[in-house]
Design a protein around this ligand. Structure first.
Ligand SMILES: Nc1ncnc2c1ncn2[C@@H]1O[C@H](COP(=O)(O)OP(=O)(O)OP(=O)(O)O)[C@@H](O)[C@H]1O
Ligand SMILES: [Mg+2]
Length: 336
């Protein structure tokens, strides 16, 4: 029997009740993360990446949100825990890093006291020991002169340094899983590369599992081992990074990959972009959700919703015609 995954999301469904009725933003999402593994979650804006993360962390307002399915952390279903128990797990066993570091930082409190506070809340240590640990965590994230930095306020340091502080805070209790929602989007490219390297090193050192939410397939190629592609609240493709980049199966994934600018390619050529827009959650197509934007869609696609099926090679895809499309592409390559 294979080992149980570190984090297993099973058929997750998140429904919001709104003034105009209920909408299901995450609809039957499943994936798992092993120890020491980074899994990328990609998809256009509004496809449910953040809601998936916030559901795993149970950060959504529970009076207007209904969860279905399971979120198993080492076999324990987080969706069934009491609020108190969940508070204990959040930040301690599973932490989240947001796009804007100021979401997590208090502008009125020194960096050191914020990290120390996170440590004191979860671990029964004295203030002095927690400060010591805060300095250690800052050093681990590559911040120069951490013993000086602990006394500074968030506005006194740069954006890249702030994101390092947030990472130090997220790591302070040595969580098993880190969920990073666009952690480098707000940073410039060189700082972005440094932060990604840092997360990679820390993951290896601490043997964590990371869920990396990103718009940027370049980031996926750099730091992830597997990738989940989401569209309108569902997983439409999943696979190893090498396999998925080499042989994308879903027309949507192909569109995403073709939208990456090629530095060495013909840059005068217009980038392929996926036509149309994502429909609103109040008008989810009844067949394949991508059908209205898909060049290959036929009657089956508009009428019947495909399942996420095994496609060999460790890949899964939610498309009626992926085999046919692959065959056509192979023939096309053979005749060119
Ligand atoms: N509290 C809420 N009530 C109702 N709908 C919501 C709520 N929060 C999110 N949504 C809707 O859920 C859908 C998914 O949103 P989500 O923020 O997860 O997208 P995303 O993939 O993270 O997009 P982005 O790349 O822009 O961050 C969107 O249509 C959004 O409008
Ligand atoms: Mg988001």
């Amino acid at each position: 029997m294979s080992e149980q995954p570190l984090l297993e999301v099973k058929d997750l469904k998140t429904t919001f009740s709104t003034e105009t009725g209920s909408v299901t933003a995450v609809d039957g999402v499943s994936f798992s993360i092993d120890k020491g593994e980074t899994i990328g979650v990609v998809g256009e804006s509004g496809c449910g990446k953040s809601v998936t993360a916030e559901s795993i962390m149970r950060l959504l307002n529970e009076s207007s949100t209904k969860y279905g399915g399971k979120v198993l952390l080492e076999g324990e279903n987080l969706l069934k825990l009491s609020k108190e128990k969940m508070r204990d797990i959040r930040g301690n066993q599973i932490s989240m890093i947001f796009q804007d570091p100021m979401t997590s930082l208090n502008p009125l409190q020194t960096i050191g006291s914020q990290i120390a506070e996170a440590i004191i809340v979860h671990q029964k240590v004295k203030k002095a020991a927690a400060y010591q640990k805060a300095v250690e965590m800052l050093r681990l994230t590559g911040i120069p002169a951490p013993e000086k930095r602990v006394n500074e306020y968030p506005h006194e340091i740069s954006g890249g340094m702030r994101q390092r502080v947030v990472i130090a805070m997220a790591l302070a209790c040595q969580p098993k899983v880190i969920i990073a929602d666009e952690p480098t989007t707000a940073l410039d490219v060189t700082i972005q590369a440094q932060i990604l390297d840092l997360m990679n090193d820390l993951k290896k050192e601490l043997d964590m599992g990371i869920m990396m939410i990103t718009h940027d397939l370049g980031v996926v190629a750099e730091v992830c081992q597997r990738v989940v592609v989401m569209y309108l609240g569902q997983v439409i493709e999943e696979g190893g990074v090498g396999e998925l980049f080499e042989r994308p199966l879903h027309p949507y994934t192909k569109g995403l990959l073709q939208s990456i600018p090629q530095l060495d390619g013909d840059r005068s050529k217009k980038l392929h972009v996926i036509t149309g827009v994502v429909p609103p959650l109040t008008a989810v197509p009844k067949g394949c959700r991508f059908a209205p934007r898909c060049a290959f869609a036929d009657e089956t696609c508009t009428n019947k919703a495909p399942e996420l099926n095994d496609a060999g090679n460790g890949q899964k895809v939610r498309c009626w015609h992926f085999e046919k499309i692959l065959k056509e592409e192979e023939q096309h390559v053979a005749t060119v």
